[in-house]
Write a protein that binds this ligand. Structure first.
Ligand code: F6R
Length: 615
């Protein structure tokens, strides 16, 4: 959940680390810190708040020179977000410093042992315990830093990505990973360490991603040596050439990443089906599915595991898979699945969905499913992420980096991948005729163009948003394929605008939520013309007669809802099963504009982080 950056080489480290931390702020932003080594001494600045606060603080407190440094942006786990608990943390002697992303679960026991040996602690963090444990091992065993880190990590239970620096040996970093990502950018006589590759893209495209339980000693001018933490065996690292470019991780003229990412959806969906949806040939090609076709065709059941927005994409997929393939589908929160000893049959197929590919609960649920013999297929956005590596096969979403904390293009591209999979399997199983299949290919291919058209509702949505920005509650209703879209709409609103919102299947309203409706309650109803339209219109009437304020998402040309609703937003017509890809867009825009008008930090909502690598 935290972001870490390190630089060791011949350039000034400060600007590299600061701009790197800014790019990693999506991972956590409640405090930030930096340690620089200028050839003589270590200078540390850290503060509660964002990287911008760190810039201010370091300008006052430290000289910003030195070509070695480590930095951190934090999402607090142990210890409140304050200056003292911010990283980097130093050892008692002041010789060693560390930045850490993860949780040391047995830190309390280790802390007691260290205190009994005279160590003192300034912060409440598990990380300060780890750096003192490393110092203790180094002294006790009289070993070099690399060995001390290795011995200490073998005593630790939990998750980590760390960079450790010893000011008495200022030509190296010791880095290690278990459960939290760590990338190493390889330059000429210089190394960049970071939680993802974004901080070093303008300097090098060559990178190594450490695997779990690996560590390395990084020395400029020397080849990087990667070892297994447990048994010290050497590993030959795989040097990747990064495909990402800088423009993809910048705002590109938009006020916020979220708005940019909403507008990127046509491109992201096209990239996701490119090379897979071959409408001229009337086929879908997906390597991960083709290679495992037998397993999919023998599946008695599909279990989808995910969290948050990815879970909502899983719910949409439940409707689509069952309708198209007639394979029963269950959708589970990964955090529940992993702890409830689920029944998994031999012929079950598990699909894990995750934008980041690093969500701790989803990762643990995958490991559990694998241990019970299930075949696990991943739908991830981040290439080479832990989930992408942990699954037996998978399909990437090609959304490009999603930096706004609220997920937008990840959701629609996940639905795109899952729709392609369901269509491919439906043809293979013979549960869909070739003419229906072809009409879906045609319609799916048109979706990006329809979203482009739909995005023009921007001004209209802004005007609606203006009227509801002071609401304290909001209800989202949808049926069938659009019930999960109602859940997703409510999640978007609450996470970025802090307005309480609930999503419900429209027909469930009368079983409770209808009691909430009065003239101050905005109700957003997804009512496309295909799929239980008349029933949804009746639900809208029920809201109207209780004086609720109705914002309806309708198909272009709708007349019946227009007469009753306070506001309508039109979406282009499409197949019912594809309507979530369109209905989602105005809901994203409503949340975005309400949040902006409420002066909320849209890209970095309070208490949240993009990548939830803790449970
Ligand atoms: C909501 C949001 C979260 C994530 C959830 C899972 O906008 O972004 O709910 O969807 O934390 O994350 P991934 O998909 O990375 O596993």
């Amino acid at each position: 959940m935290c972001g870490i950056v390190g630089y060791i080489g011949h350039r000034e480290a400060y600007p590299i680390i600061i701009s790197g931390l800014k790019r990693l702020e999506y991972r956590g932003y409640d405090s930030a810190g930096i340690a620089l080594y200028d050839g003589n001494d270590l200078k540390v600045a850290k503060t509660k708040g964002k990287v911008s606060d760190l810039i201010e603080k370091s300008s006052k407190e430290i000289t910003k020179t030195g070509s070695i440094g480590i930095g951190h942006t934090r999402w607090a786990t142990h210890g409140a977000p304050n200056d003292v608990n911010s990283h980097p943390h130093a050892s008692n002697s002041g010789d060693l410093v560390i930045v850490h992303n993860g949780i040391i679960e047995n830190y309390e026991g280790l802390k007691k042992e260290l205190m009994a040996r005279g160590y003192t602690f300034k912060s409440d963090t598990d990380t300060e315990v780890l750096i003192n444990l490393i110092e203790d091992v180094k002294k006790k065993e009289n070993v070099k830093l690399g060995k001390a880190v290795q011995i200490a990590l073998n005593q630790v239970i939990g998750a980590y990505a760390i960079v450790v620096f010893d000011k008495n040996k200022p030509n190296e970093f010791v880095i290690a990973r278990l459960g939290s990502p760590l990338a190493v950018g390889i330059g000429k006589d210089e190394f960049f360490i970071a939680s993802d590759a974004s901080p070093f893209l303008e300097y090098t495209k060559n990178a190594i991603y450490l695997e779990d339980e690996e560590m390395a000693i990084v020395r400029p001018g020397k080849e990087i040596k990667v070892r297994k933490i447990k048994d010290d065996s050497l590993v030959v690292p795989y040097v990747q050439e990064l495909q990402m470019n800088l423009e993809e991780i910048e705002k590109g003229g938009y006020e916020h990443f979220m708005l940019k990412e909403i507008h990127e959806q046509p491109r992201a969906i096209r990239d996701t089906y490119r090379g897979r949806l071959l409408s001229n040939e009337g086929i879908i090609k997906m390597a991960g599915v083709e290679d495992n076709m037998k397993t999919f065709l023998n599946a008695n059941r599909i279990i989808i595991i995910a969290c948050g927005t990815s879970w909502h994409a899983g719910l949409v997929a439940e409707y689509i898979f069952e309708e198209f393939t007639r394979i029963p589908v269950e959708v589970e929160y990964a955090s529940e699945f992993r702890y409830r000893n689920p029944v998994i049959y031999e012929n079950d197929v598990v699909i894990a969905i995750s934008q980041s590919g690093e969500t701790a609960d989803t990762l643990a649920a995958i490991k559990l499913a694998k241990s019970k013999g299930a075949f696990v297929f991943g739908v991830c956005n981040v290439v080479g992420s832990s989930i992408a590596r942990e699954t037996h096969a998978g399909a990437y979403t090609h959304a490009g980096p999603e930096i706004g904390v609220a997920s937008t293009k990840a959701f629609t591209t996940q639905i795109t991948v899952l729709t392609l999979m369901a269509l491919r399997l439906a043809r293979a199983k013979g549960t869909m005729s070739s003419s229906v299949f072809r009409s879906y290919l045609y319609e799916l291919e048109l979706i990006p163009q329809k979203i482009e058209e739909l995005l023009k509702v921007d001004e209209h949505v802004k005007n609606i948003a203006k009227q509801y920005l002071l609401s304290t509650n909001c209800l989202y209703l949808g049926r069938g394929y659009n019930f999960p879209v109602a859940l997703e709409g409510a999640l978007k609103l609450k996470e970025i605008s802090y307005i309480h919102a609930e999503g419900y299947p429209a027909a469930e309203m009368k079983h409770g939520p209808i009691a909430l409706i009065d003239d101050r309650m905005p109700v957003i109803v997804i009512a496309p013309s295909k799929g239980h339209y008349e029933k949804v219109v009746s639900n809208i009437q029920e809201i109207k007669s209780r004086k609720g304020k109705i914002i309806a998402i309708v198909t272009e040309g709708d007349t019946a809802v227009k007469e009753i609703a306070d506001h309508v937003i039109e979406i282009p017509d499409t197949e019912e099963a594809l309507s979530p890809l369109l209905a989602t867009i105005p809901l994203q825009l409503i949340s975005y504009y309400i949040a902006v008008m409420r002066n909320c930090n849209v890209d970095q909502p309070r208490n949240l982080a993009k990548s939830v690598t803790v449970e």
